[in-house]
Design a protein around this ligand. Structure first.
Ligand code: FES
Ligand SMILES: [Fe+2]
Length: 449
């Protein structure tokens, strides 16, 4: 097949849309959208993961120009609270300068260049630790020790250079490009997709920050398709419709929806509903299943009902308007280039980025955004994990830790394989891996222009 020929091939078994027809509650319109996009089927050059030159082009063409998630608003709750946001070789200070104003600056002193802040925190001014040049949190020059020696400095031209800031759903984004378009334009319809799920009214229940010995895209792509489930997470096959996933591509965002509570088409035999439930709950045949199945009831609706009751205790009876799908399916959204808020009533948000200026190392973060009753609880402290640490060391991840360790196990080995293979590119499935291809297509446009 050539890249000019689109394909409509799909996995055997129930489609995601047919599965939605069986929901016990009304399914929202956002889940009824379908947007498959044929993006070609050429190999993607391995240089994108291994070459220093490509990394440097990413810094210039992408990270210096694109809207990117810097922090949650509640990480900077007070005037003077700031976060140091690093991306590749770049560093920025994101600071609340008034109750409803957030600004961002290059994290570098205008005297001899020392970075102004080494860690996130709270301050009344930015005072450089080297010689003491000082700026207000609004970025105006306020003090120069031995001012007589700097008559050549014009205070008005010595304000801290700013980068653009935008917010959506409690997330603070920055863009270093002074000529960039608005964040709203960049997001497109993404806010409409998330309208029901209201990520603004969540709190950071957990935040895990992990170093990974692989390029940031290798880490990110491991969470951009469900095709890997059969070999990487085989324990999930009895209750995950992996190859039945629906993949939707829009302009700057995309999603993969993988249904829970049904068996994989790859199993080759139909599991009973009780079996599916047992696998979901990780119980053995000699153990009691703590959720009962009445005759005719499916594992899918039963586990969704249990999740609905868990959320009811926090957010009230509005949960009766939420579909089973929203509780039990995996709605993995990605906003280009590296921001992954899961849709519906899941708590997960991922972010992937290069680890400093090392293109063979990356940082993966998991934010758990949970609903709350009454006053918003303060954000949980960050758990830092080194490259050799297991995700199970982050207790806040619960069961997820074991699953993410399975993903993690592949990543440095993908990097190693790509470094030495004689094959010049990676090959992608036309439909199931189209979200990976979407990332590379946009990346090519940003980096190669
Ligand atoms: S480098 Fe900052 S005051 Fe000198
Ligand atoms: Fe995975």
């Amino acid at each position: 097949m050539t890249s000019a020929e689109p394909t409509t091939a799909r996995s055997p078994g129930i489609t995601y849309q047919s599965l939605l027809d069986t929901d016990t509650h009304k399914v929202p319109d956002v889940l009824r959208l379908e947007s498959p996009r044929f993006l070609g089927n050429e190999d993607v050059s391995k240089d994108r993961y291994t070459s220093r030159e490509w990394h440097e082009r990413e810094v210039e063409g992408l990270w210096k120009r694109v809207w990117q998630f810097a922090c949650r608003e509640e990480e900077i709750p007070d005037v003077g609270s700031y976060v140091v946001y690093d991306i590749a070789s770049l560093s920025f200070i994101v600071v609340r300068t008034a109750p409803d104003t957030i600004k961002a600056y290059y994290n570098a002193c205008l005297h001899r260049g020392r970075q102004l802040k080494d860690y996130s925190g709270r301050c009344t001014e930015f005072r450089c630790p080297f010689h003491g040049f000082t700026w207000t949190i609004d970025g105006a020059l306020s003090r120069v020790p031995a001012r007589w020696d700097f008559e050549h400095i014009d205070d008005n031209e010595f304000g801290l250079p700013q980068v653009k800031v935008g917010t959506w759903a409690g997330f603070v984004f920055i863009n270093p490009d002074p000529n960039c378009g608005s964040l709203d334009d960049f997001l497109g319809d993404l806010p409409q997709h998330f309208e029901r799920w209201d990520l603004a009214n969540r709190y950071v229940q957990g935040h895990v920050h992990k170093t990974i010995n692989a390029n940031w895209k290798i880490a990110q792509e491991a969470f951009s398709e469900s095709y890997h489930v059969n070999a990487t997470h085989p324990q999930a096959l009895p209750y995950l419709g992996d190859t039945n996933s629906q993949v939707d591509i829009w302009d700057n965002f995309s999603r993969v929806i993988t249904s829970g509570g049904i068996a994989s088409p790859l199993l080759g035999k139909v599991a009973t509903e009780v079996d599916i439930l047992r696998y979901m709950l990780d119980t053995r045949v000699d153990e009691e299943v703590f959720i009962e199945l009445s005759p005719g009831q499916t594992a899918r609706e039963t586990s969704a009902a249990a999740a609905r009751e868990r959320w009811r205790s926090v957010v009230g009876d509005g949960v009766d308007d939420w579909s089973d799908a929203e509780f039990i399916d995996n709605l993995d959204y990605t906003l280009f280039p590296n921001f992954h808020p899961w849709g519906a009533y899941n708590r997960i948000v991922y972010r992937f980025r290069p680890n400093g200026d090392d293109h063979r190392s990356s940082i993966m973060e998991v934010f758990l955004l949970a609903p709350f009753k009454g006053e918003r609880p303060p954000p949980a402290p960050t758990t830092y994990l080194a490259a050799e640490d297991s995700y199970t060391m982050a207790a806040e991840l619960g069961m997820l830790g074991k699953i993410m360790d399975q993903d993690l196990f592949n990543m440095p080995k993908v990097q190693k394989g790509l470094e030495q293979t004689i094959k010049p590119g990676v090959t992608l499935g036309t439909y199931q891996e189209s979200k990976v291809r979407w990332l590379h297509q946009l990346l090519g446009e940003w980096v190669e222009g």
